[in-house]
Design a binder for this molecule. Structure first.
Ligand code: MN
Length: 263
């Protein structure tokens, strides 16, 4: 670097430092609390409470039931389950006892239901042992991991991230949170999904390859878990398409059913 350039750089650096100092004094302290527009916090109602559960991240487990892993083309004895995320604002709250409208998403011609148990965390940590993991669960809910299967498959075939198939608006319908304190842990029981009154998916939660406790433990080795994280725990076999006009009804023993009409 010649002398002139060096001088120019050091002068620019000085100006930058001065500007930063001025900025710090005048506005930096306030900038943390003021934003030019509002972004709503995603929350999920809690049964029996006036409070709502604030959602930080949505983790999802892939291929966590043997028969579903096989129908997706993998061998569960050789390939373990895995994780992906949906954006937090993909949540669509489904009040029990109501049939709510669920918009058919753009771009897909093969839109699939995946019924899943969801665990909601109120504590965070890294490298959480399996034996301690359920202490981090605040409650449970019934959810749907809605999937644009054609886009997921097409991206997978090209060895590209299949985010577009999973992580889109309204792709995470969910019922209210049932707290462990009032309702206990959910480790087994029937899980099913009907389309237009006909059973499509049906299994028992005990058939999960990784239990909820194991999911939390494994996730916490890859990410620092935090309060507000929720985990979609994977879907059983016989995922399949819905079209506009179809009604989906989801069930998990111990939780109220959810019902959605695809519009
Ligand atoms: Mn899923």
């Amino acid at each position: 670097m010649d002398f002139a350039r060096r001088k120019l750089f050091s002068k620019a650096g000085l100006v930058g430092a001065t500007a930063l100092a001025t900025y710090s004094q005048s506005s930096l302290a306030q900038s943390a609390s003021k934003t030019p527009f509002e972004i709503p916090q995603t929350t999920i109602p809690i049964v029996g409470s006036t409070q709502a559960f604030p959602v930080r991240r949505i983790y999802c487990i892939g291929r966590n039931y043997e028969a579903h892993a096989r129908e997706m083309g993998s061998d569960p004895t050789r390939e373990p389950p895995f994780f992906f995320q949906k954006p937090t604002d993909a949540i669509q709250f489904v009040p029990p006892g109501q049939l709510i409208n669920h918009p058919y998403p753009s771009l897909t011609k093969n839109y699939h239901h995946e019924i899943e148990l969801v665990a909601a965390l109120s504590k965070g940590g890294r490298d959480i042992p399996v034996e301690k993991a359920l202490e981090y669960v605040y409650g449970y809910a019934i959810g749907l991991d809605m999937t644009r299967r054609d886009l997921q498959r097409a991206m997978g075939n090209e060895k590209k991230p299949w985010e577009i198939g999973k992580s889109f608006d309204h792709s995470a319908p969910i019922g209210p949170i049932h707290t462990v304190e009032k309702f206990g842990h959910i480790t087994q029981g029937a899980i099913w999904l009907k389309v237009n009154g006909v059973i499509k998916q049906e299994a028992n939660l005990s058939q999960m390859i990784w239990s909820v406790a194991e999911q939390i433990s494994k996730l916490s080795s890859a990410f620092e878990m935090m309060p507000g994280d929720i985990i979609y725990s994977g879907t059983p076999e016989n995922v399949g398409p819905v079209v506009v006009g179809d009604t989906m009804e989801g069930h998990i023993d111990g939780l109220p059913n959810i019902s959605l009409r695809v519009i």
